[in-house]
Each structure stands twice: as structure tokens, then as C-alpha cells.
Write a protein that binds this ligand. Structure first.
Ligand code: PLP
Length: 382
């Protein structure tokens, strides 16, 4: 069974914030070092081989995600993936069109949409998700209520960052498809966290990080685009792949993958990460983590004044738990206090005026980490 010692994590920190940046296992750190050595030993050969090395890495990821390897490209993070799409929509949308998202989207991605449409006259509409969050079964209707005649794009997180809510993206993509609305799912928290079948979700575009729950090195994410949409999404960074002298597999792969000299080692570590997860009996790792999360929720919600973010039990697939803190708590001060006094790393912040604590569990989390969190929170809010 995996433990914190299998990760590079500082042993003196109670690390309950896997959700922000992930955590790297030693085995995958060593794999990335091997790629770095190979790259720097003979860089010319390495970059000559790069298209084939990347193709192999795409095949491994495609197999893992239920997708054709030629419909996805590696990107450094999902914010990059969202930027690719947001900039492409500048040319697709016209004044008065609407982009629908929720009011729980990740700040960097929300910014990307605002930036690329700051002068297009396109309106960004945010469907409001109340806190505590209504039952999962009600969420599709709540979000869909934001659709109008002018909605052309739906951008939605699969699991929200600030509040750890699982959203019904498959149902929303189905409804959007019927209306000809382009769908972009930000699945940053999904790969490695829960099974994902990209074709089955039915989105037009799906971007996600490997460097969160799959534990790959930072800088490994992907952008998947349905074949019939690929032509509409140009590259964010223009390099040799645009109007390529020696075209490769497709224009889509050339334009989005062939971006000049850059570090590919995080991408190339992904196949080893998938093998590593399989060798660790990933379903068991997830089951243990889920029960730790459940225990965390139970202990935290037993503290007077603390309420769960979600109001039903459909959250049993999640590895992140969010609770609403009492109103008198200053989230910034509490986060600093928990780290300085208890060496506990968690996310504590205001979201839409509500003070929230979000904790994450993963293969490096132990029952004592969860107990320490609950004890420290109880002391602080008392
Ligand atoms: C829902 C969501 N989207 C996007 C991101 C952005 O991730 P990155 O900084 O790796 O692009 C995050 C990161 O926490 C996230 O939670």
C-alpha cells in the first residue's frame, strides 16, 4: 500500500491539498529524470524522435481515457487548454452571443474567457449554484436555466475548484448538443480521481490535468477535441506546426503539438504514471481515499457551526471534501494559522462571500492526517 514515503512530500507537513498541484511519487520523479537525461544527452536526436515519442504517450493516455490518441494533444496545464479554445471562439462568436458557465469556475479560466472576449461584445453569463449545493439531480436544470436563444458556448467544470462540486456534465453536454451549443469541459480534477470515458461524456472539447490526481509531474495536461470540431480551433502558440513543411498525422496534431523547443518530459512520463497506477491497484487506492474523505467530512461536520457543502450523498466518488465554515471565521487568517501552528495544508477561502474549507485525500493521506485536521479545526473555530 502506498504511503507518504512514496512521494516527494515534506514528511513534516500534513498535506491535505493534493487538489491544487497534485504530489509527485518518487517512482515518477525518477522516470522524468530518465527522460531529462535522454533529452540532454543528445538533444538533436531527442527532438528528431519527439513526434513518435509523443505519439506513444498520446496512445497510452488515449487508451486510458477512452479516446482516439489522434484527437488529443498534450498541453502544459488545463488553463492552457482553456486558453486555446477561448481564443479560437473569438472568431466564431459575434456581438450579443452568450457564453454560459457557472459562478464556480476556476479563476484563471474565467479570466481567459473574459480576456479573449473583452472587446467582442460577447456576453459571459454565469449560472448561479447556491451554497450549500442542491442535490446532484437538480444541478443540470439549475445550470441549464442560464441558456437563452443567444447561448453559443457552454463552459463547465466537471468538478469545481473552489467548492469541490461534481457537476452533471454528461447531461449538460447532451442538452447542449441538441441545441448546437459548443461544449467545453474543464475536467482538471477528473483523470485519476474517477473513471473517465471521453467519448461517453459527449463534450466537444475536454481539457484536464494529469498532474493532479494521476500524480504525473507538473506540466502534464491534455486537450481533447472532437474530430469534427478540430478545424475550428487554431493554435494558441504559432510555431513550426502551422503550415508545416513536413505535415504529420493531422493539422490538429501539428498545430497544437509542434511548438518548438520545450520540455516534453512531463508528457512523456504519463505512460509510466498509468502503469504505476495500475500496479498500485488504483480502484483500491481510490476506495481507501474515499473512506478517508468520508471520515473527514463526518469529523468536520460534527464541529458546531460547520456545514457540508453538498446536501446529498451523491458525493461518494469524490476525493475532495468542502465544508462551509462559521461566518465569524476569517479564511486567510485560519489558513495561515493551520499551517503555522499545525503544519496542515488545506484550502480555506471565501467563495461568493461564503467561507469554505476544502481538503483533499490521496494515496499519501493517512487516518491520522484527517484526525489532525479535524482536531485543529475544532480548536480554531471554538
Ligand atoms: C477546475 C479547475 N480548472 C482549472 C485549473 C487549472 O489548473 P492549472 O493551473 O494546472 O491549469 C484548476 C486548478 O486547480 C482547477 O481546479
Amino acid at each position: 500500500m502506498l504511503s507518504k514515503e512514496d512521494f516527494l512530500l515534506d514528511p513534516s507537513t500534513i498535506f491535505l491539498n493534493h487538489g491544487s498541484f497534485g504530489a509527485l511519487p518518487r517512482a515518477l520523479f525518477e522516470e522524468q529524470q530518465r527522460w531529462l537525461e535522454r533529452m540532454d544527452r543528445q538533444p538533436v536526436l531527442f527532438f528528431r524522435d519527439a513526434p513518435e515519442l509523443l505519439r506513444q504517450a498520446r496512445i497510452a493516455l488515449g487508451d486510458y481515457l477512452g479516446a482516439d490518441a489522434d484527437d488529443l494533444v498534450y498541453v502544459v496545464n488545463s488553463t492552457f487548454g482553456v486558453n486555446v479554445v477561448a481564443q479560437a471562439t473569438r472568431g466564431m462568436l459575434k456581438e450579443g452571443d452568450e457564453i454560459l458557465m457557472t459562478d464556480h469556475e476556476y479563476g484563471a479560466c474565467d479570466r481567459a474567457w473574459r480576456y479573449y472576449h473583452r472587446d467582442t461584445g460577447v456576453n459571459i453569463v454565469r449560472a448561479s449554484i447556491p451554497m450549500p449545493v442542491p442535490p446532484y439531480g437538480d444541478l443540470a436544470d439549475i445550470i441549464w436555466a442560464g441558456v437563452t436563444e443567444r447561448t453559443k458556448v457552454l463552459f463547465i467544470s466537471h468538478i469545481t475548484a473552489p467548492s469541490a462540486i461534481l457537476l452533471p456534465v454528461k447531461e449538460l453536454c447532451r442538452r447542449a448538443r441538441e441545441r448546437g451549443i459548443l461544449t467545453i469541459v474543464d475536467g482538471s480534477h477528473i483523470p485519476g480521481h474517477m473513471p473517465l470515458d471521453l467519448e461517453d461524456i459527449g463534450a466537444d472539447i475536454y481539457t484536464a490535468n494529469c498532474h493532479k490526481w494521476m500524480c504525473t509531474p507538473i506540466g502534464s495536461a491534455f486537450l481533447w477535441i472532437r474530430r469534427d470540431v478540430q478545424d475550428r480551433i487554431g493554435p494558441l502558440v504559432v510555431s513550426w506546426g502551422w503550415q508545416a513543411e513536413r505535415p504529420g498525422i493531422s493539422r490538429f496534431i501539428d498545430e497544437h503539438e509542434y511548438l518548438g523547443t520545450r520540455d516534453l518530459t512531463a508528457f512523456l512520463t504519463v505512460p509510466a504514471a498509468i502503469r504505476w497506477m495500475q500496479s498500485q491497484q488504483w480502484p483500491t487506492v481510490l476506495a481507501i481515499s474515499r473512506s478517508l474523505r468520508e471520515e473527514g467530512m463526518r469529523l468536520l461536520c460534527a464541529i458546531p457551526g460547520i456545514r457540508p457543502m453538498l446536501t446529498d450523498a451523491d458525493d461518494d466518488v469524490l476525493l475532495m471534501g468542502a465544508v462551509i465554515l462559521p461566518d465569524h471565521v476569517d479564511p486567510v487568517a485560519m489558513q495561515i494559522h493551520l499551517y503555522d501552528h499545525d503544519r496542515i495544508e488545506v484550502v480555506i477561502h471565501y467563495w461568493l462571500g461564503v467561507p469554505i474549507l476544502r481538503f483533499s485525500v490521496h494515496a499519501h493521506t493517512s487516518a491520522s492526517d484527517i484526525e489532525a485536521l479535524a482536531a485543529a479545526v475544532r480548536r480554531y473555530v471554538a
